[in-house]
Ligand binder design. Structure first.
Ligand code: IPD
Ligand code: CA
Ligand code: CA
Ligand code: CA
Length: 281
């Protein structure tokens, strides 16, 4: 493995070091996560470690780049409306860091080793750096706009399946049982008989990283937030995959219904979601 801790103060080095530091601390706190609270529903969890990890990452970024803006999940009021507002208020900033301190909090709480730290940097609304760290496997996924995507220094590329029927596709069960979950269940029902198999790991960011690494053929979920997707969208694009919303429009920071694939399966996946009324729009 190529060491992932870079020296220096480049944006990428700061993102990698922040993700590594936070990730190590998060992993050390599995089983001792302190107070467990809920947000918008009984399924929407947050712990003291989510909040502590976000503070740690914020401090590290601001030490190097004090005039940059930061959008982090645990500093935004819970719920869709507040997240949309928080993005609208920050996406015009010249440099905006977008942080999901623990993506996969439910897994972290249960000790299921599939959670990640996701850090993206956007310049004038366009993601230029995406870093996702998986502490359980010690895998650091890094993409820089125009420079490809890497896992521990090894270049990544998407998988080669050409048809949906050959695809291993990841899906999600959002923590909003009233509006978002039924949309996703319709898509899951329609996809299950038409793919090789479905997986639901419980971390949007890691699903995207695994699409980028060619270990999943695609991933789709309706009802996400900018911090779930921003870093992973760049990883997939820089690995040669395709990223859009569920209607096929190109990815931008405001996309909440994400489809990310190796490219070849993309159109077929979009068609199934449309037929199943699972686009979320
Ligand atoms: C969640 C995870 C999960 C997805 C949810 C997200 P969180 O993020 O990515 O896989 O299904 O929609 O909200 O709350 O664990 O950071
Ligand atoms: Ca959350
Ligand atoms: Ca998340
Ligand atoms: Ca989170």
């Amino acid at each position: 493995k190529v060491p992932y801790v870079l020296t220096g103060k480049s944006y990428t080095a700061v993102a990698i070091n922040a993700a590594a530091k936070a990730g190590e601390w998060i992993k050390s706190r599995v089983g001792t996560h302190g107070q467990l609270s809920t947000k918008t529903s009984a399924q929407d969890l947050v712990t003291e470690i989510d909040k502590g990890a976000e503070q740690m990452i914020r401090r590290l970024i601001l030490t190097h780049f004090p005039d940059h803006a930061i959008l982090g999940e645990e500093s935004v009021e819970p719920g869709e409306e507040a997240s949309i507002r928080a993005l609208a208020e920050t996406e015009g900033e010249e440099y905006l860091w977008i942080i999901d301190p623990i993506d996969g909090t439910t897994n972290f709480v249960h000790g299921f080793p599939f959670y990640s730290v996701s850090i993206a940097l956007a310049h004038k609304g366009e993601v230029i750096i995406g870093v996702i760290y998986d502490p359980s496997r010690d895998e650091m996924f890094v993409a820089e706009k125009g420079k490809g995507a890497y896992v521990h220094g090894a270049r990544m590329g998407v998988s080669g399946e050409e048809r949906l029927a050959q695809g291993l596709i990841a899906v999600g069960f959002p923590a909003d049982p009233v509006v978002k979950l039924p949309i996703n269940l319709r898509g899951i029902g329609a996809l299950a008989p038409r793919v090789r198999s479905l997986r639901a790991g419980g971390s949007a960011a890691l699903h995207l990283a695994h699409v980028a690494a060619g270990r999943l053929s695609g991933y789709w979920e309706a009802g996400l937030n900018a911090w779930d997707i921003a870093a992973g969208a760049l990883l997939v694009a820089e690995s040669g995959g395709k990223v859009s919303d569920t209607l096929g429009h190109a990815y931008h920071l405001g996309v909440r219904n994400i489809v990310a694939t190796n490219g070849d399966l993309h159109a077929e996946l979009l068609t199934v979601l449309k037929e199943a009324d699972a686009t979320g729009v």
